[in-house]
Design a protein around this ligand. Structure first.
Ligand code: ZN
Length: 285
């Protein structure tokens, strides 16, 4: 998974952009009247996230969580400005597209498989309307991840989804694969914690992996990918087992240069290490 750059646009600029072209002046005054609250929310959000304290976002007073017992009087307007001002109106849409374009290669940073086609609210707008157009709360995502993100709000440090703008996972391979002795060939994937990770980060990465169903989604990609490479791998095998092993390792190292924890990196290292794949796995069908 490749993390996108953090958006540089502030909530003040985002509100200006989303209000451009707005016809209803009463609505615009109402929204602009909440700018100070949105700025407070932005400061609180950034501080908590930069301190590596993302779970505390859920209960941070500056973020003014909307609940039945503590309703935000402008919730509908704040949510609507996202839907109408940022998604649908031309000026806002340009900002929306700029944030989407931050994802390297247009690839969803939450799964590393899907194509970015939406923005995901890290803190859901229904619960945190003051963060509905906050750029650092908007993460490029594929539809699958946007719909399947699991529990939307968590105040536990262990079940906080990863935040691509703020979480630092450090250097090292933490996604590993194992080739399964099946026909057609596939693989299982798992998170292997890096030694420098604190326990809470390990729990969160594992939770992220499960919440986004990455194990089975990577296995599905693997089955299809290896079916397409089968003929090529058999030709190389006919020229020598070690030639094929070396080619698989070079492929792994090439993927590792662009993304150390891509499913392809994990898969090719596992293939190169699998004596079974280099013999029975590629035997005649
Ligand atoms: Zn995704």
């Amino acid at each position: 998974m490749r993390w996108p750059e953090r958006p540089k646009t502030t909530v003040t600029q985002a509100l200006d952009t989303c209000c451009t072209g707005m016809q209803d002046q009463t609505e615009e005054r109402r929204l602009r009247g909440r700018l100070a609250d949105m700025q407070t929310a932005e400061d609180a959000y950034r501080r908590r996230a930069e301190d590596g304290d993302l779970h505390a976002l859920m209960t941070e007073p500056g973020l003014r969580r909307h609940t039945l017992h503590n309703p935000d009087p402008d919730k509908n307007s704040l949510v609507r400005i996202y839907d109408q001002g940022m998604v649908n109106r031309r000026e806002g849409r340009a900002l929306y597209n700029r944030i989407k374009a931050l994802a390297p290669h247009g690839e969803c940073p939450l799964c590393g498989i899907g194509e970015v086609d939406t923005l995901d609210h890290y803190l859901p707008k229904a619960h945190f309307p003051l963060c509905a157009i906050l750029p650092i709360n908007l993460v490029p995502a594929c539809m699958h991840c946007n719909h399947d993100k699991g529990p939307a709000v968590s105040d536990s440090p262990d079940t906080q989804p990863l935040h691509p703008y703020f979480d630092q996972l450090g250097q090292g391979r933490w996604l590993v694969a194992e080739i399964l002795h099946t026909s057609p060939v596939t693989a299982s994937f798992e998170v292997r914690a890096l030694p420098q990770w604190p326990a809470a980060l390990t729990a969160r990465v594992k939770h992220h992996f499960t919440a986004y169903d990455l194990g089975s989604r990577y296995a599905l990609q693997t089955g299809r990918h290896l079916a397409g490479r089968r003929s090529q791998h058999r030709q190389l095998l006919a020229m020598g087992t070690e030639l094929l092993r070396e080619t698989l390792r070079e492929e792994a190292e090439s993927w590792a240069k662009t993304d150390l924890n891509a499913w392809e990196t994990a898969l090719y290292f596992a293939l190169a290490d699998s004596d079974w794949y280099l013999t029975e796995g590629l035997a005649e069908d």
